[in-house]
Design a protein around this ligand. Structure first.
Ligand SMILES: C[S@@+](CC[C@H](N)C(=O)[O-])C[C@H]1O[C@@H](n2cnc3c(N)ncnc32)[C@H](O)[C@@H]1O
Length: 271
């Protein structure tokens, strides 16, 4: 059963503002796996659960067309207002029943999304859509990783505390697959491959990290259940705890550290 948590326009707008684009190395790794067995033209990449297109653009220079689909009309509406390469077409569609034609795609990718799908139904549809030697790729990251000269452990403990304790009851069951980095996911092709791609350490501020956390579906679910002010309170508590562990009372927009993400990747090739 798929799970839907990204339906509000306000959430989709926040998502567009604060969520990171996937790193280019992720697309390079997927295309290089495809190229091990596929020599033809790269006609179509289907990006499923595309959100506002955080991963779609990475494939735009390699493929003639990217079909980027999402079940949430709000995510697609916002995606269409953003600047994207011209060869990306956005459409509202469930992962389990895509509008792509049989055998038409060389890559079907789901980035930070497959844990919300009805996975067997999605993989069946991906198999229908993929050409011979085409690749299905499931990628995601779990928690962002703070990097600080002396307080990395403390900051990362606060991120974990926010995720597990403050938002614990508000997560959909899909996140358990994130927590174990898709270890329990399998693709029914022989010779599937697991890999990981780390982003560079990116300069970040505490305010920007807090905006990321606001776009988490667990946080949005909490606000829907308990109201915006309850949400603001836990976010403010997160900020205060981070400031305390850094020993500062500065404006969060001026508190700097670095942030990294580990994308884990599961790929399979249709023979
Ligand atoms: C966390 S966002 C990921 C967006 C983007 N791919 C990224 O890399 O940030 C997950 C997206 O999956 C979509 N989604 C969830 N279930 C879906 C389903 N069954 N079919 C299609 N999209 C789905 C949600 O609407 C949401 O936009």
């Amino acid at each position: 059963m798929s799970q839907r948590f990204f339906e509000q326009v306000q959430h989709a707008t926040l998502y567009a503002k604060s969520r990171p684009n996937a790193p280019p190395q992720l697309a390079e790794r997927i295309v290089s796996f495809l190229r091990e067995k596929y020599e033809g033209e790269l006609e179509l990449c289907l990006d499923v659960g595309c959100g506002n297109g955080q991963c779609s653009g990475l494939f735009a220079s390699s493929f003639r067309k990217i079909l980027a689909t999402d079940i949430s009309p709000a995510q697609i509406e916002v995606a269409k207002t953003l600047e994207h390469p011209k060869n990306i077409e956005f459409q509202v569609s469930p992962a389990e029943n895509s509008p792509a034609e049989d055998g038409s795609a060389q890559v079907v990718v789901a980035c930070v999304a497959a844990h919300w799908f009805d996975l067997p139904a999605f993989l069946k549809d991906a198999d229908r859509v993929l050409c011979k030697n085409g690749v299905v790729a499931l990628a995601s990251y779990f928690l962002p990783i703070a990097v600080h000269a002396t307080k990395s452990d403390e900051l990362n403990a606060e991120i974990k505390r926010f995720y597990f304790e403050s938002l614990g009851p508000y997560w959909g069951s899909g996140v358990r697959h994130l927590e174990n980095e898709y270890a329990d996911f399998s693709i029914p092709y022989t010779g599937t491959v697991r890999d990981e791609v780390w982003t560079d350490e990116e300069p970040y501020t505490l305010a920007r990290l807090a905006a990321d956390l606001e776009s988490w579906s667990g946080y949005q679910n909490m606000c829907l259940d308990k109201g915006e002010s309850a949400g603001r309170e836990v976010l403010q508590e997160f900020i205060s705890r981070c400031l305390a562990c850094l020993g500062t009372t500065d404006d969060p927009a001026k508190v700097e550290f670095k942030l990294q993400r580990k994308y884990f990747l599961l790929m399979g090739r249709k023979l």
